[in-house]
Structures are given as structure tokens and as C-alpha cells.
Design a protein around this ligand. Structure first.
Ligand code: FAD
Length: 609
């Protein structure tokens, strides 16, 4: 009798557990193991789709299903082969990596994640392919991954045992002279815009919009970053202090949600989803298939000021930092200036600042007093690279032919035989191709730190941080100092509101060459990596002393961020979680530290809540 009673109770609990799930889940062959644990299937599991089912998917996506094999597999078995040497050479080429669905732009992150190939990829060519792949993943209970440019530092565009939707071939770009988002006719004025398919890279977009179209679109600095990934991160480029955050320029997106429907998201349709796509993080709300962004006027010129100064003592370096903080506050804290100043442990400062809409003379005037001060104190400082100002007609900044002729030192080429002539990237991004990350931290620094009364405290913290690791201020990744209308536009996004009052994002990071566990001669250097990670953390601790609650940029941040919901999205997280539940109630879309990911195991296979 008592046994039966226990069985009855157990069955009732199981029924209750099942019935609390929404009805849509019954449409898919979900199964419950060990007291109703929900698990996605892996190859070898009895519910893994049969070859017939995969063939049906292949037909549904017009033959665009690919069975993946990582090129690294053969290196594991025959590490000494010349093909393996060629592979590791190619792993320094972002185009080679981007063209291979089994690879990612970072090879991994020590103690965090390593790049793994999916089992199959749908190399989507059209929205219908994406719909078929989403439905297949949901109906067969698969771990689904979405990849565009493959640049995620956090490894969110790869997973072993998964199905990948790979958007690289979806890269059409269409310019509009006057665009109104669908259904917004009564609320929006027509404006120039560009519609970009999700797999396009920023270089392709700039080529269409700026070089050919004579307009500007706010995107990212790195040429090979994917458009959809960056927009969903918020997105900053060199001139964001003038044009604002990239996501704030989004007028409309087409997106395939977890139920397999194609939705238009804009200010007038699915406006909650539209808001979430503007900075709520890639890979969490659906598969974006195209995006429409407003385009803007180009200035006459863009320009660059670069150089480096070495201080001859710690005391002189401290003074140099103070001088640069003061210079930034007095002369550069405005919409004209963006990009970076790096403070290195060897008492060197590297300056790489870009400007917008200034003449050469105006730009030089901003730096003149600093340059003279350094020269006059030759007992304490030396210019290791003289301060140099370059100006480029704005329409030529991404003009491949122009760059090859006039600025060959700034670009690197895809060096594969038969590679497209158009495949260029900035030499400054070379070290990041294939990188194996050791540590990466970022924090938005509030503009209050620039006030006269706080400048010394801030300079001292920068000095203390630089004792541990190179510490870089990215001035274009904080909106304090930007025009009020750009700050207001950023406010209407899902980004952590900390970005609005931040004058810079500080990034402290370290990486090594491409590395893979199990490949002789190319294993990660664990000791060196952990040492670097510890130094990076110590450097950030110094800055956290003066900005303890600073949030962090979701796409350029720590894999191990503890309070990630608060750090990436601040007060916007609650609203994001509601949008997630509405459009993806069963959590088909999972990424590490993405909205709703707290309901899943670290690998995204097992529901834990
Ligand atoms: C070398 C380098 C330079 C960078 N420079 C900048 C910079 O200048 N400014 C800046 O703001 N950021 C920069 N970043 C960060 C970058 O913007 C983000 O990592 C961005 O998410 C990368 O997008 P992706 O498509 O290239 O990467 P992926 O790894 O393909 O995607 C990133 C995330 O977005 C998701 N995703 C991709 N496509 C889609 C889609 N169509 N629909 C739904 N989800 C999708 C993926 O699932 C993943 O979670 C840089 C990163 C690197 C590695």
C-alpha cells in the first residue's frame, strides 16, 4: 500500500513538472531523464537525428547543410606534417578563419573555453534556410549555435555537438536614399539607410556605404567583425564619440525567432524585441537575418595622431600620465576624438588617437602643448615614435585601392593564393587573429574621474594598474563627451546605462598565439597564461578601487565576470529577461553569460532551473 502511494506521488510530481512547461514544448520531442532533467541531445544519444532526418534538412536548405570536420583534426594525429604548418600560418589570417565554419577567430581562452567544431552547419544563403535550421534544432532538441564573423571573445559562436547556423554567405548590402521602417510611416521621417544581411563584415559594409556611396554608417573598428554580432553587442567604432553607438542607429531588423517565425522588429513592430537587439547580446533572442541602419553625412576628413613616449623613471611616468589625463580633459574630451592611449609597464605611453572633422592644423593644435612639454623635459622623456598627424579624405578611409597605394603599412592582406583583392584588414588587428586568450577585463570609467579634483587620483590608479599589465583607455567606447542626441539615442538601447556617463572603456587583456590542447607544439602555455591572467586581474583591481561599480562591455569583457547580468546590462537586465521569456520561452538560444543563460548548465546542454 505505502509503495503504491509513493509511486502515485512520484507520477503526480512528474506530471506536474511536465505540465508546468508551456504547451509549445509538446510539439517537440522533449524527453525527461532522471527526475525531469531537460537535456539537449548529442551524437550517439538515441534521440540524435537519424541520417534520414539530416538528409531532409539538407533538402530543406537547398543542399546547404555541411557535415563539419575541423582542419585541426589531422594535426592532432600528424602534428609534424607540412599541412599542419600551413594551417597554423593560416590561423593568423582572419579571412581563412572566417571562411571555415569549423573555426573561430579566437582559438580559445585559458581555463574558460576552447574552439570546437559543430557537428553540422547550415551555410545559410537565405532567411528560409535559417527558418528550416531553427525548426530542425527545436524539433530535435539540439544545441544551436549562430556564427557570423566568428569574433566572439567569449566563445559564444561555437560549441561541440551542436548544429551551427553560419551566416557568412548572407552578405548582400543595399543602400536606400530614404527609408522608413515597416509600419512606422506615421511616426518616422524617411532617412538615408543601408540594409545589410547578417553575415556581412564591416569592411564590406564600409566599402558599400562610404567608398561607393559617400556616406557614413556607424560600425566597428575591426574590418572582419560581423555586422549582426556587433550591433547586438551595442557596438563602437573609432568615431562613436561623434556618431554614437552602432546599435543606436538600428532602424529595423529581420529575425527568425525560436518558434521559426520571421519577424520584423522596429520601433513600431515587436518594439520590445527591437530594443533587446540593440545591445542585449548576440545569440540570445533569435537569428537576425538582416539589419537596416541609418547612414550619416561624411566629414571632409578623418585623421590619426600616433606616437609613443618613454619616461625615464617611475616618477616621470606618473607625471606623464597626469599630463595626459589633463590633456584629454582639456582638449580631447569632445566628439572629435576617439580611440586609444595605452600605459605600459615599461613606462611607455602609446598614443593612437583618431579624429573626425578636423583639419591637420586643428588636430595638431590640440596636441601642441603636450608635445612641447615632452620635448622640453628631455631629461625625463623621449619620443620613441615621434608624434605624427595624418589626414585622409573621409571617403577613402576604407577604400581598398587607396589604402594599398597610400597607406600600405596600415593594412594586411589575405595572403592565400586566389584570395580576393578586397580581403584586407588593419595590421593593428593582426595579433588578434587566431589568438588564444589568457585574460580580458574591461570597465566603463565614469566622467567624474576627469574632474580636476579627481585627476590625480585617476592618474595614480592608472599608474598602479600599469605596474601589473598594459592598461588601455578606449575613448570611443564611452559616450560622455558625445553630442546629447547620441547619448539620448544610446539611452534607448539595452546597453548598461553606465556607458552614457563613461568617458572611456578601459581594457586590460593578454593573449598568446593560436593554441589547441592536444596538438603537439601548439599547446596553450598554461603557466604563462595563468601568470598573465593574474596580472591582468591585479591591474583591474587598481582601477576598481576608484570605480568600484563600473559596468563592462558585453562583447569585450571577462569570461569569468561574476555579476555579469549587472555588469553587462545594469538596470536593463530585468526588461531583457522578460523579452527573452516572451520570444524564446524554452531557451533554444543559449550563449555563455547571455540573457537567460542562468537557466542552463555552462555548456548549454542541461536545463538547471
Ligand atoms: C579582433 C576584434 C576586434 C573587435 N573590435 C571591436 C570594435 O572595434 N568595436 C566593438 O564594438 N566591438 C569589437 N569587437 C567585439 C565584437 O564586436 C563582438 O565580439 C561581436 O559580437 C562579434 O561579432 P561576429 O559576428 O564577428 O562574431 P560571432 O562570434 O560570429 O558572433 C558573436 C555573437 O553574436 C551572435 N550572432 C552572430 N550573428 C548572429 C545573428 N545573425 N543572429 C543572432 N546572433 C548572432 C553569435 O551567436 C555570438 O553569440 C572586436 C572583437 C575582436 C575579436
Amino acid at each position: 500500500m505505502s509503495l503504491n502511494r509513493r509511486k502515485f506521488l512520484k507520477d503526480s510530481l512528474l506530471l506536474a513538472a511536465i505540465s508546468t512547461r508551456s504547451s509549445s514544448i509538446f510539439a517537440s520531442p522533449v524527453f525527461f531523464e532522471k527526475s525531469s532533467t531537460f537535456k539537449r541531445v548529442r551524437p550517439g544519444d538515441p534521440h540524435w537525428p537519424s541520417p534520414d532526418k539530416w538528409e531532409k534538412l539538407n533538402n530543406a536548405v537547398n543542399g546547404n547543410l555541411i557535415k563539419l570536420e575541423s582542419p585541426l583534426t589531422s594535426c592532432k594525429t600528424s602534428p609534424g606534417k607540412s599541412t599542419c604548418d600551413d594551417l597554423f600560418k593560416n590561423l593568423k589570417n582572419p579571412y581563412y578563419i572566417g571562411d571555415n565554419p569549423a573555426l573561430t577567430q579566437s582559438s580559445g581562452w585559458l581555463d574558460a573555453w576552447r574552439s570546437e567544431s559543430s557537428v553540422y552547419a547550415v551555410a545559410a544563403k537565405a532567411t528560409d534556410d535559417v527558418v528550416a535550421a531553427v525548426n530542425f534544432a527545436r524539433e530535435n532538441n539540439l544545441r544551436l549555435v549562430v556564427k557570423g564573423g566568428g569574433h566572439s571573445y567569449q566563445g559564444t559562436s561555437n560549441s561541440a555537438d551542436s548544429l551551427l547556423i553560419w551566416t557568412r554567405a548572407m552578405n548582400k548590402i543595399v543602400l536606400h536614399e530614404s527609408y522608413i521602417a515597416h509600419g512606422c510611416e506615421a511616426r518616422q521621417a524617411a532617412q538615408p539607410a543601408v540594409t545589410i544581411e547578417a553575415g556581412a563584415m564591416w569592411l564590406q559594409t564600409y566599402d558599400a556605404v562610404t567608398t561607393k556611396g559617400g556616406r557614413y554608417v556607424q560600425g566597428g573598428g575591426c574590418a572582419t567583425v560581423g555586422v549582426a554580432g556587433l550591433i547586438q553587442s551595442g557596438g563602437f567604432g573609432s568615431f562613436s564619440k561623434h556618431y554614437g553607438m552602432a546599435a543606436a542607429a538600428l532602424l529595423e531588423a529581420e529575425i527568425v525567432t525560436a518558434d521559426g517565425s520571421v519577424k520584423i522588429a522596429n520601433a513600431c513592430n515587436n518594439s520590445d524585441l527591437f530594443w533587446a537587439l540593440k545591445g542585449g547580446g548576440g545569440g540570445s533572442f533569435g537569428v537576425v537575418t538582416k539589419l537596416t541602419l541609418r547612414t550619416r553625412e561624411l566629414p571632409e576628413n578623418f585623421g590619426l595622431v600616433f606616437g609613443s613616449v618613454k619616461a625615464k623613471s617611475d616618477a616621470a611616468f606618473k607625471t606623464l600620465i597626469t599630463k595626459l589625463v589633463e590633456l584629454y580633459h582639456d582638449k580631447l574630451f569632445n566628439p572629435h576624438w576617439g580611440e586609444q592611449i595605452r600605459f605600459r609597464p615599461d613606462n611607455t605611453v602609446e598614443i593612437t588617437m583618431l579624429f573626425h572633422g578636423l583639419t591637420r592644423e586643428q588636430a595638431q593644435a590640440s596636441w601642441q602643448s603636450f608635445e612641447e612639454w615632452v620635448r622640453q623635459a628631455s631629461q625625463d622623456y623621449v619620443f620613441e615614435t615621434p608624434l605624427t598627424t595624418m589626414v585622409i579624405p573621409a571617403q577613402h578611409l576604407w577604400d581598398i585601392a587607396f589604402l594599398k597605394q597610400y597607406a600600405p603599412g596600415f593594412i594586411a592582406m589575405d595572403d592565400r593564393p586566389n584570395a580576393s583583392e578586397k580581403n584586407i584588414y588593419w595590421t593593428s588587428n593582426k595579433s588578434e587573429a587566431g589568438q588564444f586568450l589568457h585574460g580580458y577585463r574591461s570597465a566603463w570609467l565614469p566622467d567624474a574621474l576627469l574632474e580636476k579634483k579627481n585627476q590625480k587620483k585617476f592618474a595614480d590608479a592608472l599608474f598602479a594598474a600599469s605596474r601589473h599589465w598594459s592598461t588601455t583607455l578606449h575613448f570611443n567606447k564611452g559616450l560622455a563627451g558625445a553630442p546629447p542626441e547620441e547619448v539620448a539615442a544610446a539611452k534607448d538601447t539595452a546597453m548598461n546605462p553606465d556607458v552614457l556617463d563613461a568617458f572611456a572603456l578601459v581594457i586590460i587583456a593578454g593573449e598568446g598565439k593560436p593554441a589547441f590542447t592536444g596538438i603537439v607544439g601548439h599547446e596553450p602555455d598554461v603557466n604563462k597564461g595563468r601568470d598573465q591572467a593574474a596580472r591582468i586581474n591585479k591591474a583591474m583591481d587598481e582601477l576598481k578601487k576608484i570605480a568600484p561599480n563600473a559596468g563592462s562591455y558585453v562583447s569585450e569583457s571577462d569570461f569569468f565576470e561574476k555579476n555579469w547580468q549587472q555588469s553587462f546590462w545594469g538596470s536593463n537586465y530585468k526588461r531583457l529577461a522578460v523579452v527573452k521569456k516572451k520570444y524564446d520561452p524554452e531557451g533554444l538560444f543559449f550563449v555563455h553569460h547571455g540573457v537567460g543563460s542562468e537557466e542552463w548548465s555552462d555548456d548549454g546542454f542541461t536545463r538547471i532551473r
